[in-house]
Write a protein that binds this ligand. Structure first.
Ligand code: ITT
Length: 203
């Protein structure tokens, strides 16, 4: 059996592969590299769940194979849950996006929290993982990782907001954790382990 990962984020592919492999899923997991004509999907929904479904549906329609998609982001308490579904495009929205999108997004969140003391810097990573089958059957699950945001980025692993995100009960950022340590607790790990159980149930 084959499962296509409906993501264009090169940093997500190894994370997703590792999580699904650890979950003991006995399927071939393909990236989008083999599908150069796969459609670009605009993330027009207001929820992570809605956008994950849009991405997975488009890739299932294009490939005729079961597809899984991830829509994820950071919700910052002090910013009323923003950037949320806009996490990947946050700096572009303010017209400040330059070269490296991930670091521009991170710097903007830090600027917005410049006057916020440590006790009010709570945040959470959220991931919706969607599975869409060629039959039209659909499953979505969510995973959340609570934590807080530090002022000085630390660590070189992971991507996006990892260098400023410290999970609850941890002292290190998710960029200072090994990929295995991050996957064991992360929003993406939780969501995709649940999805892997659903795939197994399908037989
Ligand atoms: P695809 O839509 O092609 O999967 P994308 O990067 O646009 O790729 P999203 O729309 O899901 O993906 O945006 C997620 C953004 O949220 C991502 O670019 C990061 O800025 C942030 N993010 C999500 N998960 C993260 C994680 O585990 N660590 C750090 N930042 C994360």
């Amino acid at each position: 059996d084959t499962l296509v990962l409906a993501t264009r984020n090169p940093k997500k592919v190894p994370e997703l592969r590792a999580i699904l492999a650890d979950a003991g899923l006995d399927v071939e997991v393909r990236g989008l590299d083999g599908y150069p004509d796969a459609p670009e999907v605009a993330e027009t929904e207001p929820t992570f769940t809605g956008n994950a479904l849009l991405k997975a549906r488009a890739i299932t329609a294009h490939t005729g194979l079961p597809a899984v998609a991830d829509d994820s982001g950071l919700r910052v308490d002090e910013l009323n849950g923003m950037p949320g579904v806009l996490s990947a495009r946050w700096s572009g929205r303010f017209g400040t996006e330059s070269g490296d999108r991930d670091s521009a997004n991170l710097v903007l969140v830090l600027d917005q929290l410049a006057d916020t003391p440590p006790q009010r810097r709570g945040a959470e990573f959220v991931c919706a993982a969607a599975l869409v089958l060629p039959t039209g059957e659909e499953h979505v699950v969510e995973g959340v990782l609570r934590g807080s945001l530090i002022a000085e980025p630390r660590g070189a692993n992971g991507f996006g907001y990892d260098p400023i995100f410290v999970p609850e009960g941890e002292t290190r950022t998710t960029a200072e954790m090994t990929p295995e340590e991050k996957n064991a607790v992360s929003h993406r790990g939780t969501a995709f382990r649940a999805l892997a159980r659903k795939v197994r149930d399908l037989g």
